[in-house]
Design a protein around this ligand. Structure first.
Ligand code: XIL
Length: 553
């Protein structure tokens, strides 16, 4: 009896620990809320680059956060080291990682007084030249990541602690108008990105945040495209917690702006042995919790980003000698009380009843499937290799509720994506002149998986009717599409190959992907339109709602 009891107890404990192990910050966060982190690399990290060198770092990064900010790689000295020459390599690496793990990306930063290259700080330029340099920088960087970086810290730390515009190379040579210009240029380069002001010591209400409150109103009155105000959130437990944090977010929010915490760290003066006391860890957890609670209690605050998640890699020890341990995990990734404070606060969710008002309708998680690796012959005959492929079905109706449907399998190799579709259709027709109103099968591919509400150059719509007559939209043409069709009992087969001409396919990569069946049941026009995932009917013009296809090893 006793033995049985202890067995049960062990089972219960096991269940509990596995359940706990599955909980992550991003997993418990309210719908649409961004829980982010800076991705270490560049700056003080030097050659200690955990993003590239530490597999556990990458696992935790992917598992815990749904948003990332590059800690340094978009700063001028990293991305624009030589005049007119850009180094996008590390940025692209992080963006590929983010895409793979379905993480949003915050851009940091376009205008700052630190980490500027010497060609810029020591060069002699006329104001006009400097203006051109700044404009071109912003256009180049923001334009390149249009559709991939959805928020930008356009200007960083442009007001000093006294509440005056900070004395920087930009203010000295361009005058105060550079702030408005920077926002306008960023908006030109990506009209969909949310553009923020960002600073430290502006969490609560104080002279500096008052100055921002003034500045922002001027910008808005001038029609400048500024969309958000962000407080970095670098705090220290030897000081009081800032006063009026919620009220501060609320007043910017009342101006119609988004608000956010973008770089939260909570440092402390370390004891001689370097190990924080329990009391210190509790106070730190309390600071994290209160900042997050303030954010969750204001509608417009939908992002809480920490400036690194691992004590060992933090910027604090380099910049505040004697202080440290500012993160939510220790060097060995063990979770500190601050981590659990964020976890439970996120799980509690929005803190006011009106909190959900104004939030965009939560999107359903897209369906996903995996394409196996292999190369079939495109002839409409089912090579045995197709038997190893996963099958999906069209069952999301946009026109009609019944009619022709498809069972679809996918495969990939170094060059192409392959699709096998068995369409069940009792009555074949192509009498309508519009190809989309004929009995036909469509494939949508968003190669860079940017999920934009317009077609980017890599996005294509491939359509083929039961007679193998083809039609295309976007990045789709007979040059990158081969298909074979075959009539079978009660329907037809489509076997197709699409050249992946905008990406280098590799295992683990995710693409936006969907299929659609158009049905003319004899009426002479389209009576049925059914997709695998996209419920909006708009996949011919938007990739935002496609399903997800993962390339399996
Ligand atoms: C810091 C980085 O964390 C370091 O790696 C780098 O050496 C210096 O900059 N406010 C900001 C961030 O806006 O860009 C700073 O990041 C920290 C303070």
């Amino acid at each position: 009896m006793a033995k049985q009891g202890s067995c049960l107890l062990i089972l219960a404990l096991l269940a509990l620990t596995t359940a706990a192990a599955q909980e992550t910050l991003r997993g418990v966060a309210p719908q649409g809320f961004l829980i982010g982190t800076a991705v270490a690399g560049g700056g003080h990290h030097g050659v200690r680059d955990p993003f590239r060198q530490d597999e556990l770092y990458r696992q935790v990064l992917a598992a815990e956060f749904n948003s990332v900010t590059l800690e340094n790689w978009l700063k001028w000295e990293e991305v624009h080291p030589v005049r007119g020459e850009f180094d996008f390599g590390p940025v692209d690496e992080v963006l590929a990682f983010a895409r793979e793990h379905r993480q949003a990306v915050r851009g940091h930063t376009l205008v700052w007084h630190n980490q500027n290259p010497t060609w810029l700080t020591e060069g002699t330029f006329t104001p006009d030249e400097l203006r051109t340099i700044l404009r071109e920088h912003i256009h180049t960087v923001v334009g390149r990541y249009r559709g991939q970086i959805d928020r930008w810290d356009v200007v960083n730390e442009v007001i000093d602690d006294g509440g005056e515009l900070r004395d920087t190379i930009w203010l000295r040579h361009l005058g105060p108008g550079y702030i408005a210009d920077a926002f306008r240029w960023a908006h030109e380069a990506d009209p969909d990105a949310k553009l923020f002001l960002n600073d430290y010591n502006v969490e609560g209400i104080n002279r500096k945040s008052d100055a921002y409150y003034e500045l922002v109103q001027e910008l808005l009155a001038d029609g400048v495209p500024v969309h958000g105000f962000a407080a970095q959130g670098h705090l220290a437990i030897q000081y009081p917690f800032p006063g009026g944090v919620r009220e501060n977010l609320q007043r910017f929010s009342d101006l119609g702006l988004a608000t956010a915490f973008t770089e939260v760290s909570v440092r402390m003066v370390l004891p001689p042995d370097g190990v924080p006391t329990e009391a210190q860890l509790e106070r730190q957890a309390d600071f994290y919790r209160r900042l997050l609670q303030a954010c969750l209690s204001v509608d417009s605050c939908r992002e809480f980003t920490v400036w690194g998640f691992n004590d060992e890699h933090s910027w604090v020890m380099t910049f505040f000698p004697g202080q440290g341990a500012p993160s939510i995990m220790r060097g060995d990734y063990s979770r500190k009380p601050a981590y659990y404070a964020l976890l439970s606060t996120l799980a509690e969710g929005r803190l006011t009843p009106q909190g959900a008002a104004g939030l965009p309708e939560p999107k359903p998680e897209p369906k996903s499937t995996g394409a196996v690796r292999g190369t079939p012959v495109i002839d409409g005959v089912k090579d045995p290799i197709w038997l190893t492929a996963n099958e999906i079905e069209t069952n999301t109706w946009f026109i009609g509720t019944e009619g022709a449907t498809a069972r679809v399998r996918t495969m990939w190799d170094d060059d192409r994506l392959y699709v096998w579709a068995h369409i069940t259709d009792g009555h074949l027709s192509k009498v309508n002149a519009n190809p989309w109103e004929q009995d036909s099968f469509e494939i949508f591919v968003d190669q860079n998986h940017a999920r934009t509400d317009f077609y980017q150059p890599d996005d294509g719509q491939f359509r083929v009717n039961f007679d193998n007559e083809q039609s295309f939209r976007g990045n789709a043409s007979s040059a990158n599409f081969t298909a074979a069709t075959r009539l079978v009992d009660g329907g037809y087969i489509v076997e197709a190959a699409i050249t992946l001409d905008h990406i280098r396919p590799e295992a683990g990569l995710m693409l936006g992907f969907d299929v659609q069946v158009n049905d003319d049941n004899g009426a002479g026009f389209r009576t049925g339109k059914v997709t695998w995932h996209d419920p909006t009917g708009a996949s011919w013009t938007s990739t935002a709602n496609l399903g997800v296809l993962r390339l399996l090893p």
